[in-house]
Design a protein around this ligand. Structure first.
Ligand code: 6U4
Length: 153
């Protein structure tokens, strides 16, 4: 299974989301993240992807893990993935556009859930409420429908 990361920059009131310009989840708003490379620590992969995709550097000691989710796709097991989720309220630099993502700030009460992965509305509020996020989502073949899900409460 693919191991991937996802990381959000948070202030007390706002969240940085970035529209994915290419690749898996193209057109959707999300945190920055991507595949963990061979031999790479998952935390280091999260920091690397944030720097590559939105141009900011998170000091490792300020990276906070908030959960792990597993995604299964019907009849498409090659894209099943285990996603390690992080947040940070400390970073160096300002989020800026890359070839892969275009970042924007949103008020935490005004997150564009209609333009994000379908699962996000189930767990982003938990993350914003400082709760641990853990569970599984089962999608149809192209991710346009959730067939079932389990989330630790
Ligand atoms: P590269 O490595 O550029 O070839 P790419 O197709 O751009 O791959 P990938 O695999 O690097 O995509 O990253 C996928 C990103 O989408 C990761 O940050 C994880 C995230 N992601 C995948 N499924 C998700 C889901 N259901 N909900 C969500 N994020 C998801 O919020």
């Amino acid at each position: 299974m693919r191991i991937v990361t996802l990381c959000f920059l948070l202030t007390g009131t706002h969240i940085c989301l970035a529209k994915k310009k290419i690749g898996f989840g193209e057109g959707k708003y999300n945190g920055a993240g991507g595949k963990v490379e061979q031999g790479e620590e998952i935390d280091d992969a999260a920091i690397r992807e944030v720097e590559e995709e939105i141009g900011v550097r998170i000091p490792k000691e300020k990276l906070e893990k908030v959960g792990v989710l597993t995604f299964y796709f019907d009849k498409a097991s090659d894209i099943n993935q285990c996603m390690h989720i992080y947040k940070s309220s400390v970073w160096e630099g300002d989020p800026c556009e890359s070839d892969e993502m275009c970042p924007e700030w949103f008020h935490q009460n005004d997150i564009p859930l209609d333009n994000m992965w379908l699962d996000d509305k189930y767990w982003i509020p938990k993350m914003l409420n400082n709760e641990w996020v853990e569970g599984s989502f089962y999608f149809n073949v192209d991710g346009s429908e959730i067939l079932k899900y389990e989330l630790l409460s």
